[in-house]
Design a protein around this ligand. Sequence first.
Ligand code: FES
Length: 134
Amino acid sequence: MPATPTGPTTDDERPARVTGPVPCRIVVCRDCCCGTPKVTGVDHADQTERLRAAAPVRVSDCLDVCEHANVIVVQPSAEGRAAGARPVWLGLVNDPDATEDIVAWIRTGGPGVAPRPDILDLYAITPSRRRTAS
Ligand code: FES
């Protein structure tokens, strides 16, 4: 779908903004546990870059579920939200194959658009009540 230009909101000379479909977004937790040597055997920087190749990434402070480090939250696209999808929290994402499964899912549309691969059910967690990452 082509981007839809929107006109300026005032009569000044600012250029029109261009907007388009809102993609999935990813929250990558990196704080006291996620992304640290406490989680061994993970190239944390590479994991973040692999995810960034699939969707915009925001690095977050602790999401209060450290027992599940590394925690990744996949936020649905606008299309996914319109279909009723909510952010999907994934924990113990500590191997490259799991990261690639997340990347593949997002590239096919992510929450609300493409079915979550069964393997990712193993990583699904319930967020802390104090955090939503949405
Ligand atoms: S550092 Fe990620 S949940 Fe605490």
